[in-house]
Design a binder for this molecule. Structure first.
Ligand code: SF4
Length: 223
């Protein structure tokens, strides 16, 4: 993957969708909960469930005292509620056990590789959640690969066909300049939501058309 090619794509994304919003560091426990809720559902559903949790508990410590069945009812908008409720509680309990408090502040002083290993050693935390926590809460140079990033970078030819999602995290994190990972991540997600949609990509109006290697693009003319 060539750096100039990535820089061209970034430039076009900025022109199409504007500069990404300024970076505000999120709370890492919030990030873990938000990302677990987002698994296999839309942003709208998972954000609604997260908002219910924020409203229902004064602190995440209070969530730990809540019965898992009640927690599942609270997050029902996000789907797979029983599994997600159990997962959230297990992860938070394990963090509290390891850190002796419900905090991931210790990640700040770890190098990126060590921090990834720490997060992935928590049951229920995969590469995407680990990358979201590290990028959005600690500003570490790791690319979260969600369904939009995987699909769009695949079509653009930035990752090889059939590359695993786990490998895509590694490849994209290494390929994109460290200080631009945040902008690239948000720009590609925006592109995936608005233009390079899963079912009917709007290739006919896509500003990345000439940079894209998707072999079927000419068959789709957009809406
Ligand atoms: S040309 Fe089509 S497939 Fe390629 S990035 Fe644009 S919308 Fe996606």
């Amino acid at each position: 993957m060539k750096r100039p090619h990535i820089m061209k794509i970034l430039k076009v994304l900025k022109r199409a969708y504007g500069a990404p919003p300024g970076r505000r560091r999120s709370d890492p426990i919030d990030e873990i909960i938000r990302t677990i809720l987002s698994q296999n559902t839309s942003d709208r559903n998972s954000l609604a469930a997260f908002a219910v949790l924020k409203k229902s508990f004064k602190s995440w410590e209070a969530l730990l005292d809540t019965d898992t069945a009640k927690l599942a009812r609270l997050i029902r908008h996000a789907g797979l509620a029983n599994i997600k409720a159990k997962r959230i509680k297990e992860v938070l309990l394990e963090i509290k056990r390891r850190e002796r408090r419900l905090s991931l502040a210790s990640l700040k002083n770890m190098d990126t590789g060590e921090a990834i290993l720490y997060l992935k050693s928590l049951k229920g935390i995969g590469p995407k959640t680990a990358a979201c926590v590290l990028l959005f809460s600690f500003g570490k140079p790791v690319m979260p690969v969600d369904t939009h990033i995987y699909r769009v970078t695949g079509r653009l030819g930035l990752i090889p066909k059939d590359l695993s999602v786990e490998e895509a995290h590694r490849l994209l994190s290494d390929a994109v300049p460290k200080n631009l990972i945040y902008d690239f991540h948000l720009g590609i997600i925006e592109h995936g939501r608005k233009t390079c949609k899963a079912q009917n990509p709007k290739c006919g109006v896509c500003l990345l058309y000439s940079l894209c290697r998707f072999k079927d693009k000419i068959f789709y003319k957009g809406e």
